[in-house]
Design a protein around this ligand. Structure first.
Ligand code: 3PG
Length: 213
């Protein structure tokens, strides 16, 4: 898969909803009800971070829930890429981008949303063909104002910013022409998942869905 077609695929996934939930799931038994709540609330594109021992099983379990598009986040290594692919991830997300990671994603045919935080990083990825990128850690590196500024010389790059985004600042990002969707954990944070509060997660998802009409 070429970087261009990887970015095309990621753009299609980002177009499914304004918000992509970033999920840290410890218990595989939570996978299906969690995915069902998020999808029922209108958020079908799900990023399951590889930050728990259960993550690959969670991706596998969530992938069988109708209506969802499940990807793997926190891809750091070549092994992560292949593990994610084998677990059934339809796309991958990384906080950054290394040569080995980009090569592995191309070889594995896994659409990758690579991370960038500076104009130079954005340009390097664009040079390679990645026109859709994750902007991370969004709030800490200047937030919506930084992304708007980057969009002036680089309007051809689309972003999914993540890191520190909440209902309080989500609209600032979504108002930007270069933001295709935003990522965040607030719709299904650790406390809500631990409490198995699927009703609240569905409600927060519904509200998130309404952020862009
Ligand atoms: C992450 O990788 O943790 C995402 O950027 C989500 O960040 P958040 O928890 O601040 O929403």
């Amino acid at each position: 898969m070429t970087p261009q077609s990887a970015s095309d695929a990621c753009a299609e996934i980002c177009a499914l909803a304004p918000v992509m939930p970033v999920l840290v799931v410890n218990d595989v038994d939570d996978a299906r009800p969690l995915a069902q709540a998020l999808i029922a609330g209108g958020l079908p594109a799900l990023e399951v971070t590889l930050r728990t021992p259960a993550a690959l099983d969670v991706i596998d379990a969530m992938s069988s829930v109708a209506g969802g598009v499940v990807g793997a986040g926190t891809l750091l290594t070549v092994a992560d890429v292949w593990d994610a692919k084998q677990a059934g991830a339809r796309f991958g997300v990384s906080p950054g981008a290394t040569e080995q990671l980009l090569q592995a994603a191309q070889e594995a045919d896994l659409p990758l949303l690579p991370g960038a935080a500076t104009a130079t990083e954005v340009m390097r990825l664009l040079e390679r063909g990645y026109w859709m990128q994750k902007f991370f850690p969004a709030e800490a590196i200047g937030g919506a104002a930084a992304l708007k500024a980057i969009g002036a010389p680089l309007p051809q790059v689309g972003f999914c910013p993540t890191g520190g985004i909440s209902p309080a600042n989500a609209a600032d990002y979504l108002a930007l022409a270069n933001v295709h969707c935003i990522g965040g954990s607030w719709v299904a944070n650790a406390g809500l998942i631990a409490a198995k509060n699927w009703g609240e997660i569905e409600k927060l998802s519904r509200n998130a869905r309404k952020l862009r009409t």
